[in-house]
Every structure is written in C-alpha cells, then in structure tokens.
Design a protein around this ligand. Sequence first.
Ligand code: KMH
Ligand code: ZN
Length: 274
Amino acid sequence: MNKLIITAAICGAEVTKEQNPAVPYTVSEIVREAKSAVDAGAAIVHLHVREDDGTPTQSKERFKECIDAIYKECPNVIIIPSTGGAVGMTAEERLQPTELMPEMATLDCGTCNFGDDVFENTMPMMRAFGKRMLENNIKPEYECFEMGHLDSILALAKKGFVPADPMQFNFVLGVFGCTPATVPNLCWLVNNIPANSTWTVTGIGRHAFPMAAAGIAMGGNVRVGFEDNLYLSKGVLAKSNGELVDKVVRLAKELGREVASSDEAREILSLKKR
Ligand code: KMH
Ligand code: ZN
C-alpha cells in the first residue's frame, strides 16, 4: 500500500470566524494555518483565499500573496488552489489562480446542490477548465460531490478534453443534497475509476473522521480541514487545522499506514516539481 497523503483544506469559502474563530482570513492567518497543518503531517494544502474581512475571492493577486507567503514557511508543500471558489462566481473569476501555474488545481466535476445554493459546473465549463489545465500543464484534482460526476469527468477524459495522465480524484461526500458519506458509496466510486488513478476522500462535518478511517483502510488518501469540518470531536471546536491533521496521523498510525511527505506525495501523484 502507498503511503498516506494527507491534504489540509485550511480555509474554504463558506466557513466563518463566527463558527470557529480559528478560520483564517488574512494572509498571516492563512500562513499560520498552512504551517500548523504541514507541521502536523499534511503533504498538500488545498487553498481558498479571502479578503481581510472574510469575503471569498479568487483574485490572482491575493492567491499569489498567500502562496508566496506559505512557501516562505513551508517551501516544499504542494499547494492545490481552488478553481471552485464560492457559489455564484463566474468561470473566468474562478480560473484566475491557474494563471499562477500551480502544480495542481481543483477541477469540479459537475453541477450540484450546495446548501441552499447551486454550485454550477456545466459540461462547457468543465471543458474550459480542462483546456486551461492542459495549456498550463496543471494536474487537476477532480472533485466529485455526486456519483454522476464521475461519469461526466470520465467522458471528458476519454475525449481528451481534460488531463488524464493519470487522474487524481477527491470524493467529497456528505455535502447536504449531494452523495451521502457512506462506505458503500465510497467503494462504488473507487471501483469505477481508471486502474492507474489515485484518490482522496473528504467527509463533510461529522463524517470527516469516519471517512478518513475508511480512506486509510482502503489504501486511498485523506483530506481534512476547516473547509470541510470545524470540530475535532463532537462539540469540541478544533483550535487549528493542525489538530485535524494530527488526528488523521494518529488514526493512520493505529491502522499501520505510514504518512507521505510532500515529495513522496509528488511521486505517488506523478507530479513534476516546479
Ligand atoms: N466552495 C465550494 C462551492 C473547489 O475548491 O474546487 C466549491 C469548492 C470546490 O470548494
Ligand atoms: Zn475547495
């Protein structure tokens, strides 16, 4: 079994300081959270950025400021900027961080409900995002919130509209209105990806650690972080992303799975370091 790649989704676009005061908004808060996660064992940081008042933004300049500041503290970490942004943003707005030529970026694999809103990812949008990633030599992390998203992205990959050499999936399970976070659902997804693919599981809210345990046991990889879950255990807010990552590291140790460094993750994901 490969070593376990842990991704920390440190910020997200929807969670707020009112829900957990440790949610980062400013550049220095984002660096603090990235460092806490990497120090605890995360090989990858999945990055959204905010204005200082917490407003989600896809500004290229703000991403650059945050990415440069994270690299100063964590020079080797893999950063996966979001191209999902926040619901309601245009495709062009969302694509801005791809101009910074990151090693990887998310590519969302279909439209779905997202709380009270609709997160729009039409087939033409996905073709446009795939084209940008092919042009800029960015490896996508294919985010699937729904079972059917897998069919859509595999069809685009088959036609060469999105990179497929090999594919890295993130199954985000338990978003309200999308595919529930259950082991059978995760197994169905894992059983239907191309044989040379890699995959990560993300459980939303109280599903974060049960899905982490399933991912560890099944030989996949795990994402945790404030974007997905604000609690260390029932009723106990996490003080940092590092605490969430540390809990996954402890689970991995108990289950006998070693944790990958960023360079080991690059090898597992067939990434070329820039
Ligand atoms: N904020 C969500 C609507 C991504 O990063 O690519 C979408 C999201 C996905 O977080
Ligand atoms: Zn995200």
